[in-house]
Design a binder for this molecule. Structure first.
Ligand code: DAH
Length: 339
């Protein structure tokens, strides 16, 4: 009998139950009226008197051990059930929130797309530039008042190092290292020392365009810009070129498009003029070509530059420039369905 008890003790120590059904089966097997432990208690009567004390103690130990084991198995089952309740497999799946493209990226990509359809490729240049590429090569002589047009951030330790104020700097870089024909757009971020308000920011984005070849004329420029305006703002868009001044182009012009909100009839957005300004342009000044090592007697070209924020404002009526750099998802989510 002692051997039997010892064997059962070992057996009970190793018991496992994966469900409450299995647990109940164990209880019946060991502790019910006809269970193995109860049967041993019945057999106890036959144990010789001199062994009764020892066997009795063992039997009691067996019973408590079996009860304790079943209780702890039950606790384990309850704990794991609680855990699996936290995993509610019937819950509706959460939609995966996709990120959105930034409106400025959308518009920048659209500008690039439009020009790439007429043969323009893309190049980029550094945001931290030297004076030569931002001003010197582009025909801004030292002390030329035109430098005041742009509030430049200079690096204190070295006045030759500036944050570029326009992406025209990429023009001077590319023209210095590549031979015409060149037909390219230069997208990028630019910096100006302006107080931040709804209509000005200390950084913003531009796309510059450049076409250099033999016999490039102002008519080519006008045609390319007309095509751009109609692709961007719709086929009924009209353009208007007004004479202007930039050191790096001669002649220079600013381009207006017929107000895309009122169709040119006049509204508060276009200040009742029917026109809104979108870019600066002109024929590349021969001095600029020469500064960059291109023979101005053989080649001519046009250039234009536009603000991406400005075009975005016209396309999506974003009135406050600061929204573009605040990264408020309530603003950005509105562009979810744009491509
Ligand atoms: N760089 C000028 C600016 O930042 C924009 C510009 C005007 C670019 C005329 C051009 C141009 O290429 O021909 O205001």
């Amino acid at each position: 009998m002692k051997d039997k008890i010892q064997a059962l003790l070992a057996e009970i120590d190793g018991l496992k139950a994966a469900s409450s059904v299995e647990l109940e089966a164990l209880r019946v097997k060991y502790l019910s009226k006809k269970g193995e432990v109860s049967v041993l208690f019945n057999d106890f009567r036959e144990v010789p008197n001199e062994l009764k004390r020892e066997v009795g103690q063992l039997l009691n130990e067996l019973k408590t051990r079996a009860q304790d084991k079943l209780t702890s198995l039950k606790d384990e089952l309850v704990a794991s059930a609680e855990q699996s309740e936290m995993l509610d497999l019937t819950r509706t799946a959460e939609p995966i929130m996709l990120g959105t493209r930034h409106p400025l990226s959308l518009v920048k990509n659209e500008i690039i797309d439009i020009f790439s359809r007429i043969g323009f490729t893309i190049a980029e240049g550094p945001e931290i530039e030297d004076d030569w590429h931002v001003f010197g090569a582009l025909n801004f002589p030292p002390e030329h008042p035109a430098r005041d047009m742009q509030d430049t951030f200079f690096i204190e330790q070295n006045p030759d190092v500036v944050l570029r104020t326009h992406t025209s700097s990429v023009q001077s870089r590319i023209m210095s290292v590549q031979k015409p024909p060149l037909r390219m757009v230069f997208p990028g971020r630019v910096y100006r020392n302006e107080a931040i308000s709804y209509r000005a920011h200390c950084f913003f984005h531009q796309v510059e365009g450049l076409y250099i070849d033999k016999d490039v004329s102002f008519a080519d420029l006008k045609q390319a810009l007309m095509y751009f305006a109609q692709e961007m703002f719709g086929p009924s868009t009209q353009i208007r070129l007004r004479p202007s001044y930039f050191p790096f182009t001669e002649p220079s012009a600013e381009m207006d498009i017929s107000c895309n909100l009122c169709g040119g009839k006049g509204c508060p957005f276009c200040k009742h003029t029917g026109w809104v300004e979108i870019l600066g342009c002109g024929m590349v000044d021969p001095n600029v070509l020469e500064n960059c090592g291109i023979d101005s007697k053989v080649y001519s070209g046009y250039a234009f530059g536009m603000g991406v924020e400005r075009i975005t404002n016209l396309k999506y009526q974003v009135k406050d420039l600061r929204l573009f750099s605040e990264n408020d998802v309530r603003f950005l989510r509105q562009f979810e369905s744009a491509y």
